[in-house]
Design a binder for this molecule. Sequence first.
Ligand code: PLP
Length: 404
Amino acid sequence: MIDVEKIRRDFPILGREVYGKPLVYFDNAATTQKPQCVIDAISEAYCNENANVHRGIHFLSQHATDLMESARDKVRQFIGAGSTEEIIFTRGTTESINLLASSFSSAFLKEGDEVIISGMEHHSNIVPWQIQSERYGFRIKVIPVLDNGELDLEAFKALVSDKTRLVSITHVSNVLGTVNPVSEIISLAHSHGIPVAVDGAQSVPHIKVNVQELGADFYAFSGHKIYGPTGIGVLYGRKELLEQMPPYQGGGEMIKRVTFEKTTYNELPYKFEAGTPDYVGSIALAKALDYVQGIGMDNIAAYESELCSYAIERLNGIPDMRIIGNAEHRSAVVSFLVGNIYPSDMGTLLDRLGIAVRTGHHCAEPLMDRLGIPGTVRASFAFYNTKHEIDSLAEGIERVKQMF
Ligand code: PLP
């Protein structure tokens, strides 16, 4: 099980105060805090291991290359991929989906084709497809969201047609906490020969993910949401598909041979990694993955689920509380509104009590439109949070209510 007090000591920032109050950090869906071992890995890389990777024959360059490539293998193992050729390092989920949208569209999409996304997507799984649909003329269809915050799977079945070329959906909603039945969605899509891309930004940090067991064709996530550094992320893609897709950006690293007449591209995964990669970020991400594996993904999921249920129970005890999203399977996110209090007012006043929550549309404006609300207050949890902190949140909300 989780020894939360011991874990908290691994995260230096959790010991600080905000406005003279102990920090209660409930903005983990935006980014997580970093354990000392990740901070040390970054420092160690620059103090002792730094040299540009892949191109050097000297000791340090080869050493840095080995570290980066073993980080790639760590990611492969962490998400259950078959080969490191299928692990592309990017800047984060946003870049992963932009890479996918740009390259997949160029290889496979034309006018008349259709891509299915869902009504609870983050803007980063909407806008890249819109940009490409303007270029290639395909249509975007949207799986509706039910009132309880789950996807309408019957409607999804009706959307699938012989024009559908890809389904791209989030595993976990960053607003509602809904855990979507991606296995079921993938099986259905595959029975029509349609590949599926999954936005794993909010799943990989919280639940055990195995891309092969899920059958996902593409899977994207961000390092900074799983206790790793900013600026590093991953796109997993099935080799067979990646091989048919053109490069996303051109430059160094992604080529085999360049002449003014013709350039040949590097093999996977380097074909998709133009320029000097964030090798320090990769090394530190691998350290973060080691760290969470040390705690155990099953322990993390069980503890966070307990925290989430406790939060819902505590918040539901507050008069005028409206929790947004009530899916049967949910992850460590609770969005809410209280009476007529604007989310930003609630967030600002909670902040004065040392409680960090996020307010607004959470980069999911179409979902806000569907729900008929301008935004929510969102508390999102990590395994270093405690029930005591949730009590502080509930008491804080009561205090804010009294001010209105
Ligand atoms: N997808 C989801 C579901 C998210 O919650 C986020 C970030 O909040 C993203 C994508 C984008 O992640 P990043 O900003 O790390 O690229």
